[in-house]
Structures are given as C-alpha cells and as structure tokens.
Design a protein around this ligand. Structure first.
Ligand SMILES: *Cc1c(COP(=O)(O)O)cnc(C)c1O
Length: 396
C-alpha cells in the first residue's frame, strides 16, 4: 500500500491536540448577532467583528436580495475581463466620497487589498518599514514584493524614524506601514508621529484601517479622520468585512494609485470580483453609517462599560483603546481552556495564541458590538469573573 506522504501533518495535529493547543472550529447555526447559536449552544457572542450589527441590518439584506434578482448570483469574471459591474463602480465612488479621496478600488477581501497593494507598489529595490504587530496580509504583501523588510517594535515611532534616517542615503523607495487599530490588542497606531517621519524622509505612508472602518472617526471614517490627517496618508486600506458587515477590502488614494492597482494588483487581475449581492449590501451599509450614527455611539458606550467591568473583576486587559479588549492569559493551553470554559457557561470569546500572537502572550479576545444590551454584557461579565476565578486567571 502507498504510504501517505502527508502523514507528518497528522502527527503534528496529534501533538497539538495532546498539548491542548488545537482549537476546533465553532459552527454558527444562524445569523452572526449579539447572541448567536454555535455548536447547539446559545451564547453571548463576543467573538465577531460585526461591530455595528450590520450583518443582519434589513437595508443590507434587502439590497443584497434586490441585486441578486436584478444581476444574478455571480459576476462571471475578474474585474479586468468582464466582471466589472456598474454596482462595483458605484461602490468605489461611494467609498472615495465617504473617505474624501480621489479614488478607490475594492478587492475581494481586506487580505487581498493589503497583500495585492503592497506587492504591486514596491519592487525588490525598495524598503518597507513595518510595525511588529502588523496584520499577516501586510507581511505577506511585503514578502511578495521582495522589498527589504525593516520591522520596528510595536508602536515605536522613534525606532521607525531611526530606520528611515539610516536608510536616507540608500537607493529605493521607502514605505511606512501600520495598522490603524491593531487586531489582537485593540490599541491605536501612532499615526501623527509616523506621518511626520514619512513626510520628513519622503516615504510613502500606508495605513490599514480594517478595525477602524465604521468604528473610529466621524461616521466611522477611520483613524486618518480620527487624527485629522487628511491628505497626508498616501494609501488607506479598509475592510468591508468587519463593521460594514459584508465582505471585501478597499484601497483609497489618488486616481493614479487606483488606476495603477487596476493594472497591476494581482488579486484584482486574477481573482473573480464580488457577487452583485456583496457590492449592493456594502453600498447600503455606507448609507446606514451616515443615517444611523447612534450605532457608533452605542458601540463606544458598550466598549466603556465592558472594559470597566473586566478591569474591576481584576483582569489584565492590556493597552486596548478600541472595542477589541484582550483578556491576557499568557499560557497557550490555558487561554484555550479559558475560552472553552466560558463557552460552556454561555459566553463565546475566542482563545488567541501563537502564531496569531507571540508565544507567552496568549489571550481570550473580546469584541463588543453596538447591538449587545447592557443585560447581555452584565451577564458576560458575571461569567468572566466566575470562570476566571475558577481557573485561577484572576485572584479570589
Ligand atoms: C481582518 C483584517 C484584515 C483582513 O480583512 P478581511 O476583509 O477579513 O480579509 C486586514 N487587516 C487587518 C488589520 C485586519 O484586522
């Protein structure tokens, strides 16, 4: 009999399972909402990026259905062949207007937007100056570009400035890149300082606002708006998959940047465009952002309430400044055990460990949304305190 050449994968899996570091998938049996049914359990959902509750907003659902009836289920091709629908163009114009920039290109996901853009604008002669905790899609884009990668310690803008200063005499372009809000810690990148360094050294400035789109800035315009840095960030990335509630990523910038990406970004050229339902639902989401700003207010009220409750219960919540609040555990198996015990008690918060975060920095990550009620959050806090004490994560 033929030996399975992939047998080593099974061995690796067995090791992870025995060490308690393999996390099985949780299966959602209905809509993603404040309270959802996963694996047959009704739980308070603190594990989704659906910040504003838009995944189930009637306007988005109706827009998706209407577009499907009018245009069908799929787009039929990549954007550059025959898969550009008027809906795709409308969405790009809508986002550019919302972000107050010249132009916008929409990708299939935030991941594709980052990886496709970084790889397209840089060459092996260039340099990328990147925060140590930037998202994996930025890291992959940097690797694909084959530019020289210079990683500075998390949020250390002085170190970023020093790298730029050391590279000042070197040939090649320099690109400074940071997440707006960091996905695993919930802290905010030092944009004003990084922008100043980029300007001083003539570097390109790029910000990934995946977790700040719909969350920070006026009507959720993101960190550039939050810090008042309009016109000073050359490449703004956002996602349509988190607060916007649907799927996709976008890049905003000058008309030339966007036309260049139309011509050279590989996910744009080689992967099929969004189904019409996705583009139409995203368009409806931008209407909701402008018509229902109270959703963002509720999100921040819930954020303050939940963070305060976790801190009062004695948890280490790191340095978060956003609706993402990590509950630090340290040990990988312990973080997964904590998450599993919370789930049994009716609260879903994901255990996050290596390779998503550094070894020894495992945590349970919580994300509140605008649609959680105070009663749900109070119940979640009570469960956290009880289970946290039982597992020795907080003192008694
Ligand atoms: C989630 C995320 C992405 C990827 O976005 P998708 O639309 O889910 O592909 C990119 N960057 C950051 C910082 C993220 O958190």
């Amino acid at each position: 009999m033929r030996l399975d050449p992939l047998a080593y994968l099974g061995e690796q899996l067995l090791d992870w399972k025995q060490a308690g570091t393999f996390q099985p998938l949780r299966v959602l049996e209905g809509p993603s909402a404040a309270e959802s049914r996963f694996d047959g359990h009704d739980v308070i959902n603190l594990a989704s990026n659906n910040y504003l509750g838009l995944t189930t907003h009637p306007k988005l659902i109706e827009a998706a259905i209407a577009a499907t009836r009018k245009y069908g289920a799929g787009s039929g091709a990549v954007r550059t062949i025959s898969g550009t629908m008027d809906l795709h163009m409308q969405l790009e114009r809508r986002i550019a207007q919302f972000k107050n920039v010249e132009a916008c290109v929409v990708f299939q996901s935030g991941f594709a937007a980052n990886a496709g853009t970084v790889a397209a604008v840089l060459t092996p002669d260039d340099h990328i100056i990147s925060d140590a905790l930037n998202h994996a899609s930025i890291i992959d884009g940097a690797r694909l570009s084959r530019a020289k990668i210079h990683v500075y310690p998390h949020r250390d803008h002085v170190a970023a400035g020093n790298i730029l200063s050391e590279l000042a005499g070197e040939p090649g372009r320099k690109l400074v890149i940071t997440d707006g809000v960091f996905s695993m810690d919930g802290d905010i990148g030092p944009l004003p300082e990084l922008v100043a360094h980029a300007e001083q050294f003539g570097a390109i400035m790029m910000v990934d606002d995946a977790h700040s789109s719909g969350v920070l800035g006026r009507n959720g315009r993101g960190t550039i708006d939050h810090f008042g840095l309009h016109g000073r960030v050359d490449i703004q990335v956002g996602t349509l998959s988190k607060a916007i509630g649907v799927l996709g990523g976008y890049v905003c910038g000058t008309k030339d940047l966007i036309e260049f990406l139309y011509a050279r970004a590989r996910p744009f050229l080689f992967s099929t465009s969004h189904p019409p339902a996705v583009a139409a639902a995203c368009l409806a989401a931008f209407d909701v952002l402008e018509e229902e700003p109270e959703r963002i207010e509720r999100l921040w009220e819930n954020t303050r309430y939940f963070k305060k409750g976790l801190r009062e219960a004695g948890f280490d919540t790191g340095l978060s400044e956003s609706p993402i609040t990590p509950v630090m555990v340290g040990d990988e198996a312990k973080a997964y055990q904590f998450s599993a015990a919370l789930f049994e008690a009716g609260v879903f918060a994901t255990g996050i460990a290596f390779p998503t975060v550094a070894k020894g920095k495992a945590r349970v990550r919580t994300i509140v949304s605008a649609t959680h009620t105070e009663a749900q959050l109070a119940r979640a806090l009570e469960v956290f305190a009880r289970v946290g004490k039982r597992l020795g994560i907080v003192g008694i």
